[in-house]
Design a protein around this ligand. Structure first.
Ligand code: PBG
Length: 311
């Protein structure tokens, strides 16, 4: 009976697994603040994606860590860049059996650690958009199915859509980090990806956690610019915004359960203070219940392994 009246379902098919690939890395490196997560050398990527695919998770989200940074983040759009090589390797092995999404941002690639090009002490929004468009086109050329801008520049979706269409990649979809908040929940990720800002913070481009209406304006502008999938990020402290987005917009909604959300659960579970698998089930179901169609989560593999909708 409980199965018949169940309202929210979660399956491996709803999950997207982040994968970190680092240039010139000899062997896998454990991320201290994210137990269980590793940065991979290019040679280990196929094996990792195979494990993800076998668990029924349909998509990966690739993050690259280059071996050098510069003022314009040029490694981000290098056709031989680490992400571009990882994409073509994965598509070569798995074809349509794995959806490859790639993060489009600059913070791992710029000396400033900011998500945009810095001029003086400011982010140059429009120059950054031109670079983001170039990054997305290079990822599409490598075979990416979905590009996922996380830089939070105004107009980034329009710039990327125009660039992709102009370069013959009209079929490549855009999943935008539409309402990405300035959040302390990102600290472990910055540890994993080496992308903490060298000065200042991201509050001139990310949404403040105090402003729900502003978050909806960010989603609305992405929809106007032709986005395919919108995203609310982080997830757990922003369930109200996921629900509001679901109610207001008729587009697929994704939620990114970020590194800090992962770290909180792991830290408590490692001390035996909570039941890890049960907490993961509850967290992921709550994000689905709020209205997310899909969830980017570092628990993707672990959740896919332990999901059991009959419980
Ligand atoms: C940067 C980026 C961040 C995350 C994804 N892309 C960090 C930031 O904005 O500082 C965070 C993801 C996570 O914490 O899991 N473009």
């Amino acid at each position: 009976m409980r199965r018949l009246v169940r309202e929210t379902r979660l399956s491996a098919a709803d999950l997207i697994a982040p994968v970190f690939v680092q240039e010139d890395l000899g062997a896998r490196v454990q991320v201290d603040s994210m137990p269980g997560l590793e940065r991979l050398p290019l040679g280990d990527v196929t094996c990792e994606v195979e494990a993800i695919q076998k668990l029924g998770v349909p998509a990966v989200m690739l993050f690259g860590i280059p071996s050098g940074k510069d003022g314009t983040g040029s490694r981000a759009f290098d056709e031989n860049g680490i992400v571009q090589r990882a994409i073509s390797q994965i598509k070569g092995c798995f074809g349509d059996r794995m959806v490859v999404m790639a993060d489009v941002c600059l913070c791992q690639y710029t000396s400033s650690g900011h998500c945009g090009i810095v001029r003086g002490d400011r982010i140059d929004n429009d120059t950054t958009n031109a670079v983001l468009s170039r990054i997305a086109a290079s990822q599409a050329a490598a075979g990416a199915d979905v590009v996922s801008p996380s830089a939070m520049m105004d107009g980034q979706v329009a710039a990327i859509r125009g660039g992709l269409d102009g370069a013959g990649f009209a079929d490549v979809a855009i999943m935008s980090h539409s309402a990405k908040h300035r959040s302390s929940f990102y600290s472990p990720f910055r540890d994993a990806a080496g992308c903490a800002p060298k000065f200042g913070d991201r509050r001139t481009y990310q949404v403040p956690f105090t402003n729900a209406r502003e978050a909806m304006r960010e989603v609305a502008s992405d929809v106007r610019e032709g986005v395919d999938i919108v995203m609310i990020k982080p997830a757990l402290s922003y369930l109200d915004l996921i629900a509001e987005t679901r109610r207001r917009f008729d587009v697929p909604v994704s939620a990114y359960s970020v590194s800090g959300e992962y770290a909180l659960v792991k830290a408590a579970a490692m001390r035996g203070w909570v039941d890890e698998d049960e907490i993961i089930r509850e967290v992921l179901h709550s994000i689905r219940r709020a209205g997310a169609d899909m969830i980017v989560t570092y628990f993707a593999k672990q959740a896919a392994r332990t999901l059991d909708d009959d419980r």
